[in-house]
Design a protein around this ligand. Sequence first.
Ligand code: SF4
Ligand code: SF4
Ligand code: SF4
Length: 648
Amino acid sequence: MSNDPSQIKKFLTEKILRNRDRDKDPDLLRQLSHISGERISVPMIYVGTTSCAIAAGAKKTYKAIEKYIDENQLSVKLIEGGCTGYCKAEPLVDVQLPGKARVSFQNVTHELIPDFLDEILNNSLPENLVLGQYHSEIHQLWDAVPFIHELPFNTGQTKILTANCGITDPVSVAQYIARGGYQAFADTISRHTPAEVCDIVEKSELAGRGGGAFLAGKKWKITLNAASDQKYFVCNAVESDPGSYMNRVIMESDPHKLIEALLIAAYAIGASKAFIFTRNEFSLSIKRLNAALQQAEDYGITGHNIFDSGVNIDIVVKEGARAFVCGEETALNNSIEGKRAMPSFKPPFPAIRGLWNKPTIINNLETLINVPLILKNGPEWFKSIGNDTSKGTKLFSLSGKVSNYGTIEVEMGTTFRYIVENIGGGVKDNSEFKAIILGINSGSYITEKTLDIKVDFDELKQAGSQLGSGACVVVGKESCMLDLARFFTTFFKNESCGKCIPCREGTALMLEIIEAATRKPAKGNTFQTLERFKGIMQLKGLAAVMKDTSLCSLGKSAPNAILNTLANFKTEFDAHIFERKCPAGVCRELRTYHIDVDMCTGCTACYKKCPVDAIIGAARQPHFVVQDKCIACNACFEACKFNAVIID
Ligand code: SF4
Ligand code: SF4
Ligand code: SF4
């Protein structure tokens, strides 16, 4: 196979994308394996350079490899890759030598590069860095190297949406096509009418991953059947929920998958224009999406009269502000139209009257990227994944107090216990499991009592929860749930767009109440004490008003964190309110400091550091804390070298 890009393009567009018998021709398949990077003639090195990897130093690793190759004048292909999801192992470097299976190496920091490459390029494995090898039917496997798919982090995962992530060059349209990409789109527009595509997607029971779980195919039909000269499809890739990052991983690791999904979806509703709406600070996502879109256009996959089918679809990446409310459908539409991102009343729903008053479908990124797989493998295949009530897989951004963290993809029906204990490798640092936070929007917790609940729309709904944004933050015993509720409420208060009173004033009032609960009232101030109790009594009523009367989901879901803390961690709440104690010792203003006279040597270090003269004592004599003066600044605790300062 020639390496000439124009020859490769001709081959892929004419012999592959327009040829439905492509899989039956062994010669074509062999040529594809060269383009996909499966068969190689020179060593290939992939460095994952997504945002998470860059934060771990992957760019420096990449530069060090580049320098090594230049200095040694080597014939080696170096590629900036995507993210396999295993953030813990970053910087990750994969090396494939001709004829040998690809091996993944973990935590390859830049200073290790010369020795690392000296070894691996001479056919020897730097054993301390080996993570695992990829299974191969056509290459020689390495001895005594575990398979990547057998690592505890990977065994329980079903990687269909993330199959390319970290494996391919994200901005190589040729590699994407050679691995089966854009074939579903090419076949769809030549074989199916838009109505048939909607039917197939509806039959697959693909439900929206954003929380509502509405059937995607059913929703698409509303717009397909709406009479209009112009329709739009929008991919919502805003992802503003703290703790969720899987949209970003997909956009940075496999942008062509999203483009293909959007092309099929736009075709299905009769839209000639589609948007990918994301946050403007996702600079790498935007860069890779735009590069991929340019390639797709060069290959004639987007634009006018695609593959001579008469189908026209343009896709544009739209950058929105870094605001949570931009993810709300109507605010998102306003932002695309160039207006301030503020929600509007519904109805009319965007499916009938959306962008520029035209029928518009908005699906989130994760929902969409299922679509090419459904069209390629059929609705029954998709329905065979998952359980009776929820089909397919679910992506999560697993983080917090777990040993293994990163982007994971599990089959619907997997229990959260399995996610924490098997994929996550259990709670780390000898801590104890306390809860999982399933995204700030849902504000719902999974506790030890509900840890066997399944990743399932119905089961979560019955438990008063929802899948939410895909954030899956594991909380250990050392975290204070009121402190977390305070964090969430602060977030919502700051993110409220201010359009409606219940949300604008309600979030501020809720924050005041929760802050009062994590503070000691001034001594002797009965009014403050009463206010504190009154605030707690008002919480439920206030939450009900916000839920009933806020205009959009931000205001409606803002009280969830506090309500769920009250429901699931009442003893912790009570300890703050009635005993004025934070059991986890996190709420600083509720801490009490005192000095153990038996441990105190009278060194005076704490006395000198205390900013409010709350410590008394003479040199070489035990010291004491005057509680009325102490402001819980922690300076004495940090100053004492004899463990004599005790915090209650
Ligand atoms: S609920 Fe909050 S974010 Fe939504 S429109 Fe009202 S003020 Fe704005
Ligand atoms: S916590 Fe701060 S204010 Fe309180 S006794 Fe120690 S140093 Fe002084
Ligand atoms: S720093 Fe520790 S040992 Fe020294 S006086 Fe204070 S409490 Fe005692």
